[in-house]
Design a protein around this ligand. Structure first.
Ligand code: FPP
Ligand code: MG
Length: 322
């Protein structure tokens, strides 16, 4: 049995090789963006989750690593595009791809990455796997468009919010766990799909919360979602449970013009407003309850070292010292 660090080092080495093989270098600019993507220091949670389940099912092999690399490639392509849409300056504490290479270049490089991923997927000659990943790519675009439609739009409901975060985040985690099961010929696919989906929800809601209460934990600039006029978990939650006066105050903050929303003083005031309404505590409780339901769902799988590692990674994710 390998130590945790050795296992993750082994996954990462195999992933690096596979990413290198799958992503082409048809032009010097594409070669540079490939290096940027491979070295940009993401945590690779989606491929690791896939490989932990593949190992649990006894099918950790070159094809499982290729599936894992495909999840990372789709994710990387979506982030290159996302930073253009969000006008982001940095990602993971480093300049965003668009700052280094230009908006027009990273849009096309994102398309190129997706094509490389689909090319590799095609070689599985497996319709189920093709369906899973092409649906992910469709839903990513749908979710981003839906999110745009509801920027600074008070008509947003919790249902619409959950549809957005399903499409922009949860679906790719769902594809990671589901594709491991499909590849392993498992029958218990519903349980596997649900675990991926809930981990994705946990991941995005955590991201939404940390944008207000703990951006340092993500190595991110705080208040990005607020500046972008997005109704994310803390706002949706308060909007849904507050009485009319508080709702109006909240909507006032959310519909201020952009120059005001990026003003540090306004941001501090908004943070105090959220804290006064216990949104931080409510958010922490939400993370804890999602964590508990995932632990419950994991009981469908015989405990072994890989399931224990999934639990340990989840526990780390839920330690919100904010
Ligand atoms: C990050 O959300 C955004 C995503 C995970 C999805 C982005 C999807 C697209 C841009 C659609 C195009 C899709 C493809 C496949 C090319 P965030 O902005 O809330 O998180 P962040 O703080 O990490 O930027
Ligand atoms: Mg973004």
């Amino acid at each position: 049995m390998l130590l945790t660090e050795d296992l993750f080092a082994q996954f990462n080495k195999a992933l690096d090789q596979e990413l290198h093989d799958i992503i082409g270098e048809d032009l010097p600019i594409l070669a540079k963006i490939k290096t940027y993507v491979m070295e940009s220091g993401g945590k690779r949670v989606r491929p690791q989750l896939l490989l932990l389940f593949a190992s649990h099912f006894g099918v950790y092999d070159a094809n499982a690593v290729a599936l894992a690399a495909i999840t990372e490639i789709i994710h990387a392509a979506s982030l290159l595009h996302d930073d253009v849409i969000d006008n982001a300056q940095d990602r993971r504490g480093k300049p965003a791809g668009r700052i280094l290479f230009g908006n027009r270049q990273v849009i096309l490089a994102g398309d190129y990455l997706l094509a490389c991923g689909i090319w590799r997927l095609n070689r599985f000659e497996n319709q189920r796997l093709m369906d899973v990943f092409t649906r992910v790519i469709k839903e990513l675009a749908v979710a981003e468009l839906l999110q745009m439609e509801y920027e600074q739009n008070p008509q947003i409901t919790p249902e619409i919010y959950y549809r957005i975060i399903y499409g922009k985040t949860a679906i790719l985690f769902e594809a990671a766990t589901l594709s491991a099961g499909i590849y392993a010929g498992q029958v218990n696919l519903d349980a596997l799909e649900k675990i991926g989906r809930d981990i994705g929800f946990l991941f995005q809601i955590r991201d939404d919360i940390l944008d207000y209460f703990g951006a340092h934990l993500l190595n991110k600039t705080p208040f990005q979602d607020y500046e972008n006029g997005l109704f994310t978990y803390p706002v949706i939650e308060l909007l849904n449970r507050a009485e009319e006066k508080t709702r109006q105050e909240l909507l006032h903050f959310m519909t201020l013009p952009w120059e005001k929303r990026k003003d540090k003083r306004v941001q501090r005031e908004f943070l105090l407003f959220l804290e006064r309404h216990q949104i931080k505590e409510i958010s922490i409780y939400k993370i804890e309850s999602l964590y508990q339901s995932i632990l419950q769902e994991l009981k469908n799988f015989q405990e072994d070292e890989y399931i224990r590692l999934i639990k340990a990674q989840l526990a780390k994710l839920c330690q919100l010292a904010i």
